[in-house]
Design a protein around this ligand. Sequence first.
Ligand code: GLN
Length: 386
Amino acid sequence: MAGKLDDVGTTIFTVVSRRARELDALNLGQGFPDYDIDPRLTELVAAAMQAGHNQYAPMEGLAVLRERIAAKLAARYGLRIDPDAQITVTLGATEAIYSTVQALIGPGDEALAFDPAYDSYEPAVRLAGGRCIRVPLAQPGFRYDWDRVRAALSARTRLVLFNSPHNPACTIAGSGDLDELARITSARGINVLSDEVYEHVVFDGARHASVLAHPELAQRSVAVFSFGKTLHATGLRVGYSVAPAPLTRELRKVHQFNTFSISHPLQHAIAAYLTEQPRCGEGLTQFFQAKRDRLRGALEGSGFVLPPAQGTYFQLLDFSAFAEPDDRAFAERLLNEARVATIPLSPFYARPEPLAFVRLCIAKRDSTLDEAAARLRAFAAAAGRA
Ligand code: GLN
């Protein structure tokens, strides 16, 4: 039958995780931790269910959880966010993105995304009846080319989809980038959807530049966040959006008919966890930087080049030293020959560029990272370089 997303297949994350299971490979593809979560969180989930929080939660999210989120935003970014008017609890960041796009994009509208773009952005825009205009980040280093962005804007542009720290480029946007984003969007009143799920994973002393802390962008932006990332538990599927009251009202109109409300016991448990550990996100930088450095160290001199990783819990692997022009084919070789699952970058491009990168997830036990590095080194030694 003719569908609305005829050209869209199963997500690369699902495809790769399935293949990794079939081949019993180390899965450094899809981004999720392979170590245990804090047992305290498990206890709090059980306690919330035992306490009887098992019926519908409020549509906009549990008040106490939204208050904890506002307190975190105050402590981390010095912001005064009204939890009732500006924060909505969503089914992961993905629902926040989807509901925002449905709320803001209508038939014929355009939304702009930067390639490599996270794979849920364009389908959300198309299902809203809009067009997603894809502007590639410039090489080397996945930099914003603001002249190119300006040229891609039209009278129909309603939304810019922004992402920092950037998945899968592993870069972070600087305050200059946010200033440019503010300049180009302000003249036309364009809204910004800012995917900041890796806000706590910014390396080497850099600070995360949130649109919420940018006085001008904060007026027109919806920022989305993820407890799955912050609490090392991607299966929670609890995230949230932060936006000015008028944008939040529109977003909630969609959210209420999309997911209606989010798991009540999980929201209680997360709120209790944040009460006990209000600064739990702050340790993530150190935690993941150690993992990044461990993997980088273990692959030194292997033949793979590891471009700088400024943030996110991923690390790119540059395989241009190997005679393989196609990143999907190279990822498949790594799966079959090294038994290591990785994510190629071409699925994140509207018009794939000849880039020799695959993405590795570093949110893994040290022993997993060591084993993956050993397998990649053995692969490189056997494959020889071009
Ligand atoms: N965010 C995860 C990643 O980038 C994937 C989530 C998913 O599979 N939908 O790997």
